[in-house]
Design a protein around this ligand. Structure first.
Ligand code: 6PG
Length: 507
């Protein structure tokens, strides 16, 4: 009997996707260049089947020794899922598949964190050989195993064929509450609820949307870290006390997976020293590039996403540990502890509001960026659907994505989330607390680049007048770059002869 789908690349994500697919009654043929990984995947399936699915005697995953064996084990036209590192390895596998005899109506799905422009190019270059399809995956290893959020894009022919598998393996949301249905049991996948997958659009759009998801993820993580910094350095709370605060926040409008895991991290003791583990973790952040790509894309297209960019910079500053150590002795600043007169509980509540506002501001930036890129590329992105598939499975899953979904359902053309009634009202009501949190941070010298840049974004967008008039004057002064006038039709250009007679010329 032939197999339904081939999985190539059996690292953590590939192995778990294979097991997830098998749990959903599809037969999987699996291959990795590292034969130990093939053995490990087959063994894991066997272990889980024996423990949880005693009635099944036949293996649901076939381990293959090479790509030819994999291809000949699959039902035609074939479906192949790639889970290999982004970049050259994706092309390497595609070329090897061509050599191994892949056919033109077979589908190859790239599930890595590929750069979206590479995906656009790949669809064009492999078009003759097979359907190159892409599906960005979010949710880390647990998501891949028990239900990720899936962002597929590319040919609709390919999508129609894989959609049933995708709906089965995706995370599910309770249709009534909009909350994730979480069940992490091998052999017992969640089959009820709304699947967190939707066809995003033409080639590249799914990876673009996932890239922005990651940009938001970077900012969301950094916002939580800044709150931790303020509570620990500013208020003097212990790691586990901050964990308690986060647990409480997680019960309200800040409810999210990232808030939940941050509380857990803060409350974990170090197995070696018994100190809070977080205090033993070196403060140098890593990154694989997706946040950077988001910031670069926002700069290229001219869409402000300062909080996402600041989150990337914050990781960069963190890696400069030696310089920070030197400068901590050289540069003066206030003591990080907040004033003794401060009402601690009141400040914690203000910070909760500040964090919520900053979070909304950062999602507004991400959604606006997707909208601008979509316009440029001619993609018809459905933002209500995108917010919906981020409600479960993915790293930025959060209760408030339900409000974003509703905002776009009410107005699919919404230019900026800050214009949605619900968010305009909430932010207007909480903005005083946001300002207090930022000013306390500034006065105590605790850096809060994301919370404060999110506020600057909010203030910039609520300013009908910005000082760009002076900026245009400066540009005209030294470079004759011209300016428009407030009292003349748009598009009419003027230049003042700054260095001679100071006469105004209409160009
Ligand atoms: C996800 C994550 C996942 C991963 C990224 C970010 O949605 O499942 O975003 O894709 O965590 O690679 O990693 P870095 O923080 O290392 O850039």
């Amino acid at each position: 009997q032939l197999y339904d789908i081939g999985v190539i690349g059996l690292g953590v994500m590939g192995k778990n996707l294979a097991l997830n697919i098998a749990d959903n009654q599809y037969r999987v043929a699996a291959f990795d260049l590292d034969e130990l990984k093939v053995k490990e995947t087959v063994r894991q399936e066997e272990l889980e089947r024996k423990q949880y699915l005693k009635h099944l005697t036949q293996a649901r995953i076939l381990g293959c020794n090479n790509l030819s064996e994999l291809l000949s084990s699959l039902e035609k036209p074939r479906i192949l899922l790639l889970s290999v590192p982004a970049g050259a390895p994706v092309d390497g596998v595609c070329e090897s598949l061509i050599e191994a005899g892949i056919e033109s109506d077979d589908i190859v799905i790239d599930t890595g964190n590929s750069l979206w422009t590479d995906t656009v190019d790949r669809e064009l270059s492999y078009n003759q050989d097979f359907h190159f399809f892409s599906c960005a995956v979010s949710g880390g290893e647990v998501g891949a195993r028990f239900g990720p959020s899936l962002m597929p894009s590319g040919s609709l022919t390919a999508w129609n064929r894989i959609e049933p598998i995708w709906q089965a393996i995706a995370a599910k949301v309770d249709t009534k509450t909009g909350l994730p249905i979480e069940r992490f049991e091998p052999g017992n996948p969640v089959t009820e609820g709304e699947p967190c997958t939707t066809y995003i659009g033409p080639a590249g759009s799914g990876h673009y949307v996932k890239m922005v998801h990651n940009g938001i993820e970077y900012a969301d993580m950094q916002l939580i870290c800044e709150a931790y910094h303020l509570l620990s350095q500013g208020l003097g709370l212990s790691a586990s006390e901050v964990g308690d605060v986060f647990e409480r926040w997680n019960k309200g409008s800040l409810n999210s997976y990232l808030m939940e895991i941050s509380a857990d991290v803060l409350k974990q003791a170090d197995p070696l020293t018994a100190a809070p583990l977080v205090e033993m973790i070196l403060d140098k952040a890593g990154q694989k590039g997706t946040g950077l790509w988001t910031a670069v894309s926002s700069l290229q297209i001219g869409c402000p996403a300062p909080t996402i960019a600041e989150a990337v910079y914050a990781r960069a500053v963190s890696t400069q540990k030696t310089q920070r150590q030197q400068l901590s002795k050289l540069l003066a600043g206030p003591s990080p502890s907040l004033s003794n007169e401060l009402d601690k509980q009141a400040f914690i509540d203000q910070l909760e509001h500040a964090l919520y506002c900053a979070k909304v501001s950062c999602y507004a930036q991400g959604f606006q960026l997707m909208a601008m890129q979509a316009k440029e590329m001619g993609w018809q992105l459905d933002f209500a659907e995108i917010a919906k598939i981020w409600r479960a499975g993915c790293i930025i899953r959060a209760t408030f994505l339900q409000s974003i979904t509703q905002a776009y359902q009410q107005d699919s053309e919404l230019e900026n989330l800050l214009m949605a009634d619900v968010f305009a009202k909430q932010l207007s009501a909480k903005q005083d607390d946001w300002r207090i949190a930022v000013s306390q941070a500034v006065m105590s010298g605790v850096p809060v680049p994301c919370i404060s840049s999110a506020l600057a974004y909010y203030d910039s967008y609520r300013s009908s007048v910005l000082p760009a008039n002076l900026l245009q004057g400066q540009r005209d002064y030294f470079g004759a770059h011209t300016f428009e006038r407030t009292d003349k039709p748009a598009g009419e250009k003027y230049h003042l002869n700054w260095s001679s007679d100071r006469k105004l010329n209409k160009l």
